[in-house]
Design a protein around this ligand. Structure first.
Ligand SMILES: *Cc1c(COP(=O)(O)O)cnc(C)c1O
Length: 398
């Protein structure tokens, strides 16, 4: 199987394009722009060159010996996306899309950001190419993520506060879409996860698949065989699909870990595949969603901002229904404990998002044998989270 969406961007019943008429032409232009470079060796050479010399790829595949031995089960390898320039996997996608924007002749880049991580990665690649950058961000998120706002401004981006609705990510997305429709001739909309209308979920997955391609080569070199299981956290779904995709046709078990938050009640978590998850449309794509009985999008909670989202990329919805990928959740407590465990056993402070994947590894590794190999995607580093974790520890008297 090739796991490609059809021409309309559907994986089974998921994906597609649910947008106002005004966005159809810009998305068509983007789709033909992307398909023009998708198999172009010149484009890929440029992409690879920047990944190597600017991002610092390939990221190491590191055998976490002390963690593995402490747990007493599977041999755990960490794919070190935390070592990338800007500290997470998001830069891979931003490099790919900025190169596409240049090919399409766009001089102005817009993006939306929740916690600010995607905004920082976008501002970074705009500085790299001297392109104008406008980042939409809810004013509530700006208040919570003051340091990332400052980072974006240092990088030369304009951060536009959005104070409609709940003043968070979904309101910022609406403003960014409004801007795009108005300025489509000059402007490229750089979306940050494997979400949104076609072709974004496909394009973001393609750019992030460098993670899985490298991991595949690296594990074969180190162990002479494929791993038994892959584990990655799932927000919108980009780091996980990037790791999983190159292994989909192999006999490898895969587990996506969602944010279990404070509990299983709707509103207290961001686990779209838990009982409350239903199929619907959000931000241009059809997928699993957290919604209440009236079809209203539910509030979500997670200690990690990057996993705190009501929907999940459409390819994940498809892989879930086919039972090709398993989905589990780790709650706030599990993630905080994993954050400490990895810091103490390996000297690696993980992002809170990645801590959810580590938490699941900690849970299942002891049930596996010492001959089993697990790869955990360490999607980002935890420097951005130390203040949050400190506050959470104080609350718990840790
Ligand atoms: C944004 C983010 C995530 C979640 O996004 P995905 O698209 O699901 O990968 C996970 N980890 C880190 C470090 C992030 O910054």
């Amino acid at each position: 199987m090739n796991y490609e969406p059809n021409e309309q961007g559907y994986w089974g019943e998921y994906g597609g394009r649910f947008v106002p008429e005004t966005l159809v032409a810009p998305l068509d232009e983007l789709t033909s722009g992307y398909f023009a470079v998708r198999d172009d060796p010149g484009f890929h050479a440029e992409f690879q060159d920047l990944l190597q010399n600017y991002v610092g790829r390939p990221s190491p595949l590191y055998y976490a010996k002390r963690l593995s031995e402490t747990l007493g089960g599977a041999k755990i390898y960490l794919k070190r996306e935390d070592l990338n320039h800007t500290g997470a996997h998001k830069i891979n996608n931003c490099i790919g899309q900025i190169l596409l924007a240049r090919r399409m002749g766009k001089k102005r880049i817009i993006a939306e950001t929740g916690a600010g991580q995607h905004g920082v990665a976008t501002a970074t690649v705009c500085a790299l190419f001297g392109l104008e950058c406008v980042v939409y961000m809810g004013t509530e998120d700006m208040r919570r993520q003051e340091l990332n706002v400052f980072r974006m401004r240092l990088l030369g981006a304009e951060v536009r506060g959005v104070d409609s609705g709940s003043c968070t990510l979904k309101d910022a997305i609406n403003e960014a879409l409004r801007d795009w429709v108005t300025n489509v001739d000059t402007t490229y909309y750089l979306l940050g996860s494997a979400l949104g209308p076609h072709p974004y979920p496909l394009m973001v997955r393609d750019f992030q698949s460098v993670i899985g391609r490298e991991a595949r080569d690296q594990i074969i070199e180190k162990e002479g065989r494929l791993p038994d299981v892959l584990v990655a956290c799932v927000g919108g779904g980009s780091n996980s699909i990037g790791l999983f995709h190159p292994f989909l046709n192999d006999n490898v078990r895969m587990i996506g870990v969602e944010a279990g938050g404070r509990g299983e009640t709707l509103g207290e978590h961001a686990a779209r595949f838990m009982a409350a998850g239903r199929v619907g449309v959000l931000q241009g794509t059809k997928s699993y969603l957290l919604q209440d009985n009236d079809g209203q999008i539910a509030l979500t909670h997670s200690v990690s901002a990057g996993l705190d989202y009501a929907s999940i990329g459409p390819e994940h919805a498809y892989l879930h229904d086919m039972n090709r990928v398993e989905y589990a959740s780790a709650n706030d407590e599990d993630a905080l404990a994993a954050f400490s465990t990895l810091s103490e056993t390996e000297g690696i402070i993980p992002a809170l998002e990645s801590s959810h994947a580590v938490a699941h590894a900690i849970k299942i590794a002891p049930e596996m044998s010492a001959n089993d190999i697990m790869i955990v995607n360490l999607s980002g580093r935890g420097d951005k989270d130390v203040n949050t974790v400190q506050e959470e520890f104080v609350k718990r008297n840790i």
